[in-house]
Design a protein around this ligand. Sequence first.
Ligand SMILES: NC(=O)c1ccc[n+]([C@@H]2O[C@H](COP(=O)([O-])OP(=O)(O)OC[C@H]3O[C@@H](n4cnc5c(N)ncnc54)[C@H](OP(=O)(O)O)[C@@H]3O)[C@@H](O)[C@H]2O)c1
Length: 319
Amino acid sequence: MPLPRLVDTALDRLVVPGWSRLGYVARSAGWRALPAVDGRTVIVTGASGGLGAATALGLAGLGARVEMVVRDRGRGEQARDAVLAEHPGASVEVAVCDVSSLADVRRYAAEVRDREAAVHGLVHNAGVLPAERTETAEGHELTFATHVLGPFLLTRELRPVLRAGSGPTTPSRVVLVSSGGMYTTPLRLEDPESRTGTFSGGAAYARTKRMQVVLAELLADDLAGDGVVVHSMHPGWADTPGVASSLPGFHRLTGPLLRTPAQGADTVVWLQAAAEPGHSTGLFWHDRAPRPTHRLRRGDETPQARAALWTLCVDAVAS
Ligand SMILES: NC(=O)c1ccc[n+]([C@@H]2O[C@H](COP(=O)([O-])OP(=O)(O)OC[C@H]3O[C@@H](n4cnc5c(N)ncnc54)[C@H](OP(=O)(O)O)[C@@H]3O)[C@@H](O)[C@H]2O)c1
């Protein structure tokens, strides 16, 4: 039976019960099985481990053709083999692309456009939480490049194949995997490259995760005419290599409460497969339900700030 709406909302607002394994277990008892997605091609970035690998596994289990985008081919092939071990007949390929590199994103997207008539799904899952400020070869701060610029550019570059993959009842779907950490900050654009002050990986992470949520709304508007829907989501707290290495204290403290990677990835898979998210666009989801993007209404972005984020992305990928 589905959880009553009031109880679900209370779990969400209390954070720990909602975002941990407890929230998943309570909510998932009322969920329906996901439909098959045979014949759909879905690209998943950051698929060599953690939630990306779990997303690939979930989608392959539903019959999707999955392209696992990774930085390191060897790790990618290991992750692909793990998917094939569970789903021997699945169609799963590995592609190498560093999504923090605009040049590599352009190269990869051109290669996809050359070989694929249509792409039905794109999951921007790749994520980082660096301890120190790091610049890409193109001079962008790593968190900003990985979470915002790379996904923005890849979505735009894949627009023709996403458009081609869209049908009247089954739109192509783009999903940005954000984080509940984005609730800790409003949209802040005064220093997107983290050039001033003392660098905090956590602050850069939260800021760029907030940008992803707004970006999903902006991309949703931009792609509406192409029949492509765009959503963002947060997975709750899941036990992944990234959490263990970047947040060891949090990992130790919350250990038994953490979700499995499959539980964290469930809503990503659902957003690609279920009928309901194909009928809306630009929403922020957690555990298969739309969630508010701000805890307090006064945190809402102004139209000017939203337009400024768009311009920031357009200018950054143009130069
Ligand atoms: N786990 C959680 O509780 C949690 C909570 C909130 C949000 N999230 C979000 O969920 C996503 C996945 O997180 P995770 O916990 O699974 O992290 P993870 O275990 O660190 O996995 C991150 C994945 O992203 C890949 N990656 C990083 N930079 C990349 C780049 N430039 N190009 C291509 N791939 C790249 C990594 O590849 P390598 O193997 O090469 O490092 C790895 O496969 C992230 O966006 C994260 O912010 C996770």
